[in-house]
Write a protein that binds this ligand. Sequence first.
Ligand SMILES: [Zn+2]
Length: 228
Amino acid sequence: MLLATVALWPWALAQVAPDDPPPCTYGDVVVDVDHLRDHALVLLDTTYRLPETPDPSDLVRVREAGFASDHLVRAVVIDDLRALREDAEAAGLALEVQSAYRSFAYQRQVFDGWVARLGEAQARRVSARPGHSEHQLGTAIDLRTRGGPAPWDLADWARTPEGAWLVQHAHRYGFVLSYPAGEEERTCYDYEPWHYRWVGRELAGAVHEAGVPLRVWLWRHHPPQALP
Ligand SMILES: [Zn+2]
């Protein structure tokens, strides 16, 4: 009876049994997407990547959201980023931006730096090869505690008051934690308690509600298309 039902209504099966992304492998498949207009739906991992793209024309300094640094994000992020910073501050917390927009060329320097420090295999667990980084979208941000060390120099930044607050509240400002703890097999990267990507409040709420990493949610709802 079940088989007959599936045969008659195959789309019903697709809705109740969404496909999970494939195991993480290393590839260089360029995604066919308008990465500026549809930034929130761009799935980037160790296989799928962006081409080398020009700097977005709407980059602005995070200083406009009240931070003390001059890192850049796309203007679409600023209002929610400011609201997040203000509410964290009202809760007695002090956030600062560690890193934000990174071009394809700069990401190459960043990745090569990790390779020099850790070797290629471990570098691939903690850093993205050029084109594969969410930072190239201009909507991903690494955060830290103001006056504190780089967050990756701590055992678990999410155990600090600032990091813990973000775990609880970031989605309300449109941000998702791209690489949560315990999800390394599905995110393709080591746990990064400092790395948040802005996808807008509606989508961030949906991802938070689903309780899955962004890569899994996007694969189920907006699987990547390869550039022909
Ligand atoms: Zn990051």
